[in-house]
Ligand binder design. Structure first.
Ligand code: PNW
Length: 486
């Protein structure tokens, strides 16, 4: 028997457990194997001009074939928790209908190998790879049929794996896939109103997407309570913190609070109140699809077990008298003129103290415990640098060290209830529109080697040490053909 994977080991410097995370399209590859159906990300990445250098997830980091080796790497680091997502199209190639037994067999092997290694599986049902067959029928998250189809897929997954897997997530970051996939069009399915940039779409689809995502989530939670009564479930949400630019300005403080409620409450307000937040109503008005009394009841009666927070970056917010109050300006330069350090990804600035502020804001607004399901960084220049330099990823170590210590202070001094922490990501992987040019992994992939060889970066060893995990090998060691080591 395995000791509890969520118990904090003696010697840990953090009062919460550690895991690492991945997502199906970003790591699996094997896009035409095992009876897998097509997804919107296959189509999008194969469309010229959509991703960095036209890169795609056809092979990705070949996790589909190499998962045993990767589990062995996790074991060596002492990792006891692993979050991954199911490819909807491996289980239901057309999104609905007949179950593909080969896809089920793959996830059964993955789950059973993890369990044998005393690593707890945490499953995300949907991490952005929507079945193309359903997209062609009704356009995915902008149509009510998605609520029924997602709940049916969720039911299938709970029935198949719920006997062994007790930790579940419904949808990964609706605020990301709705705004990027239906607002700006830079992610699949590439819809937006600007026809010069997108092939399809109309105004308001990003809001419809959030609306149907919230309803699909609640419908899946409802099924979950019947089928996996001893499990826990949540949606994951990408949330940053708006910090007042000038803390002694009442106007900046108020502007930052409005911006925080507007962004941080976008999806969580509907989940916890059954309705849009006041800030959203003010800004979007009639564009917001209204929740009916039945839908409100569905949301309120099927609440998640905790907040699953994905946090990478934050900014300063300030009052601008020339703008409507809810269109708040932000900056990455402090009032003292200090510029926040930029990661390799242009949207990601390092702002560690905002982690503590955010955990407190969420606790005050929703009074829930929190699980950090993603936190991580791409380090400047990692794409081009020689391997030896990338492995010595002091930038990422420093990021983790500062963010985790701020989370630790939030627990120990502010009373935030933090359940655990998943670093993004276990492995370098397909970073969506950025292709392989951004490396979020704590384990390096040599994309030039035929075996897609893995190497520990310093950050994986730092995490293992910080959480008191090095040397822990509680389970039977999985068969490994891996020759990588650190
Ligand atoms: C996450 N932000 O999305 C996704 O869940 C991962 O699949 C992805 O690889 C990872 O971030 C790194 O990009 C986010 O702007 C994208 O704060 C953007 C933000 C947050 C999360």
């Amino acid at each position: 028997a395995c000791p509890s994977p969520q118990q904090v080991p003696a010697g840990s410097k953090a009062p919460f457990f550690l895991g690492t995370a991945t997502a199906s399209y970003q790591v699996e590859g094997a896009f035409k194997e095992g009876g897998r159906g097509e997804s919107i990300w296959d189509v999008f990445s194969h469309t010229p001009g959509k991703t960095f250098e036209g890169q795609d997830g056809d092979v990705a980091v070949d996790f589909y074939h190499r998962y045993k080796d990767d589990i062995a790497l996790m074991q060596t680091l002492g990792l006891r928790n692993f979050r991954f997502s199911l490819s909807w199209m491996r289980i239901l190639p057309n999104g609905t209908g007949t179950v593909n037994q080969e896809g089920v067999a793959f996830y059964n092997k993955l789950i059973d190998t993890l369990k044998a290694a005393c690593i707890e599986p945490h499953i995300t049902l949907y991490h952005w790879d929507f079945p193309q067959a359903l997209y062609e029928r009704y356009g995915s998250w902008i149509d009510p049929r998605v609520v029924v189809d997602f709940a049916a897929y969720a039911e299938t997954a709970f029935e198949l794996f719920g006997d062994r897997v007790k930790n579940w997530f419904t949808l990964n970051e609706p605020e990301s896939y709705c705004l990027l996939g239906y607002g700006s069009g830079v992610h699949a399915p590439g819809r937006c109103t600007d026809r010069s940039r997108c092939s399809a779409g109309e105004a308001g689809e990003d809001l419809k997407c959030i609306y149907y995502s919230a309803l699909a989530h609640a419908s899946a939670v409802k099924v979950f309570r019947q089928l996996v009564p001893d499990g826990v479930i949540a949606m994951t949400n990408a949330i940053g913190m708006s910090v007042p630019y000038n803390a002694s300005s009442q106007e900046d403080v108020a502007a930052a609070q409005r911006n925080q409620a507007f962004n941080g409450g976008f999806v969580l307000d509907p989940l916890y109140t059954g309705d849009w937040g006041a800030e959203r109503k003010q800004v979007h008005g009639q564009q917001l699809p209204a929740f009916t009394p039945e839908q409100k009841a569905l949301l309120l009666e099927n609440q998640q077990d905790f907040i699953a927070l994905q946090h990478y970056t934050s900014n300063y917010a300030y009052y601008n008298k020339d703008k409507p109050p809810l269109l708040v300006d932000t900056t990455t330069k402090s009032i003292d003129g200090v510029q926040l350090v930029q990661a390799d990804s242009p949207w990601l600035y390092v702002f560690p103290s905002a982690m503590r502020d955010l955990l407190n804001w969420l606790t005050q607004r929703y009074n829930q415990s929190i699980l950090i399901t993603e936190n991580g960084v791409s380090a400047p220049g990692e794409y081009d640098k020689p391997r030896a330099e990338v492995l010595c990823d002091q930038f990422r170590v420093s990021y983790f060290q500062q963010y985790i210590s701020n989370a630790t202070v939030a627990v120990q001094q502010d009373g935030v209830q933090l359940l655990g922490y998943f670093a993004w990501s276990l492995l370098d992987n397909f970073e969506w529109a950025d292709g392989y040019s951004k490396r979020f992994g704590t384990i390096y992939i040599d994309y030039n080697s035929t075996g897609l060889d893995r190497y520990y970066k310093g950050s994986s060893m730092w995490l293992s040490n910080h959480f008191g995990l090095t040397g822990i090998r509680s389970g039977p060691v999985a068969n490994s053909t891996s020759s990588t080591g650190g």
